[in-house]
Ligand binder design. Sequence first.
Ligand SMILES: [Zn+2]
Ligand SMILES: [Zn+2]
Length: 221
Amino acid sequence: MKLLDNIYVYLWDGQGNNSNTFLVAGEVPVLVDPGHVVNEMGEPCHERLLQSLAEDGFKPDDIGLIVNTHTHPDHCEANRMFQHGGKVKIAFHEEEERDMPAFFRAGDPGFQADFYLDEGDLKLGRKQQTTFRVFHTPGHSRGSICLYLPQSKALITGDLIFALSIGRTDIPGGDFAALTKSVRRMSELDVECLLPGHMDIVQGKQNVERNFRYIDQAFFG
Ligand SMILES: [Zn+2]
Ligand SMILES: [Zn+2]
């Protein structure tokens, strides 16, 4: 579903676990967190995503770059499903490599990073018309990142921040103090649209600010 400007959102609404997926259209279409192939309930997450993309006029081969906010399987298992043409590149933060084997059968996710992302601007397209501001925001995992789109004032948060909640820190690579610091850093950005890795999005500057205040009181107070 087209949300605003060049941003499309695919919120997971199944019974079992899967991440939300976002597509940022442009000369190099970027898919953020393709999600599971099939989840623990046997739901065909990847098939459903392809259907939703098709409804918006996107084919799997259109995708130029996959970015993972982090590499838990519910965000990146389907990376490999987009690779058949060999055109798509995959990028995430290098720190994710450390814990990734623990989350996959036989330690192998079935894909590799083509390059790593770190703090700074990622400019895509010959005229550089799409800019992602990448923030390294550890806490839920060591290499979690948030992606800020300055043109739209949208922030893709992965599993760092949710509507009225935060990501868990009781898994390998989790760190509550780091998460607290990362959330506070993101609260300083000018955000009008919060796009978390699970559950609902938060729209409107006031609602986003209210969400940050709630999290601060409920979890860090
Ligand atoms: Zn997740
Ligand atoms: Zn996660």
